[in-house]
Design a binder for this molecule. Structure first.
Ligand SMILES: O=C(O)c1cc(=O)[nH]c(=O)n1[C@@H]1O[C@H](COP(=O)(O)O)[C@@H](O)[C@H]1O
Length: 235
């Protein structure tokens, strides 16, 4: 049975041992997990097998961005590894996204959600200006998300601050995955566009990615349980 909670815990750890130790404290009925660049680079694909054996659905967050052929092959490999969700950069453009979506459609036995990253939640308008983008984060997210939808993506990664407008414009079935989630009182860190879990869900987010507020807290299980309870998740 698939997990009822929208929370995806980012296992951003420097070693396989630390990530497995954290995963064993978590419960696959209470969250999904995310494997990102740090952990995957250290541990390799075996981390996916280990987490699957513990019963978790996995978001493989490697944010692929390359020529269409290369990215299509990479998402195919991810899907064959059985991950629940994988992401690529929307700024790679239509052909990159379409070739990836087409490649996954060729696979009959596995449905992996294919999600496009729009504007990183660590960026604000001044960061966009510096890389030559003369738009607000919301304008640029809307533009990339619209392109992602028409290129066959299942959804996008954005900040929860954009969830309301994307949900209205692109429909409630277009999956919105939102990092930059900060419960009241938690440290913002390097994130710029943040929201609390309840606000994010009310805005239309489907999945909430939470790393440090859970994994670096004194009692990760308590923080996760409180977030689920605040969201009214029946476990
Ligand atoms: O694709 C992502 O998961 C992602 C996209 C984005 O725009 N912002 C973002 O923070 N992330 C990831 O989400 C996680 C957020 O972690 P915390 O800031 O510790 O909650 C990290 O693993 C990031 O790599």
């Amino acid at each position: 049975m698939s997990c009822q909670s929208p929370i995806v815990v980012a296992l951003d750890f420097p070693t396989m041992e630390q990530s497995i130790e954290m995963a064993k404290r978590l419960d696959p009925n209470q969250c999904r997990v995310k494997v990102g660049k740090e952990l995957f680079t250290t541990a390799g694909p075996v981390i996916l097998d280990e987490l699957h054996q513990l019963g978790f659905q996995i978001f493989l967050d490697l944010k692929f961005h390359d020529i269409p052929n290369t990215v299509a092959k990479a998402v195919t490999a991810a899907s064959k590894a059985g991950v629940w969700m994988v992401n690529i950069h929307a700024s790679g453009g239509r052909r990159m996204m379409e070739s990836s979506a087409n490649a996954l459609q060729q696979l009959t036995d596995q449905k992996t959600l294919l999600i496009a990253v729009t504007v990183l939640t660590s960026m604000d308008q001044s960061d966009l200006a510096e890389i030559g983008i003369d738009a607000t984060p919301e304008q640029h997210v809307k533009r990339l998300a619209t392109l992602a939808k028409s290129s066959g993506m299942d959804g996008v990664v954005c900040s929860a601050q954009e969830s309301k407008v994307l949900s209205a414009d692109l429909g409630k079935d277009f999956v919105l995955v939102t990092p930059g989630i900060r419960p009241v009182g938690s440290d913002q860190g390097d994130q710029k566009r943040i929201m609390t879990p309840s606000e994010a869900m009310a805005a239309g987010s489907h999945y909430l990615v939470m790393g440090r507020p859970i994994t670096q807290s004194i009692d990760p299980i308590a923080v996760l349980a409180k977030a689920n309870a605040d969201l009214g998740v029946m476990l």
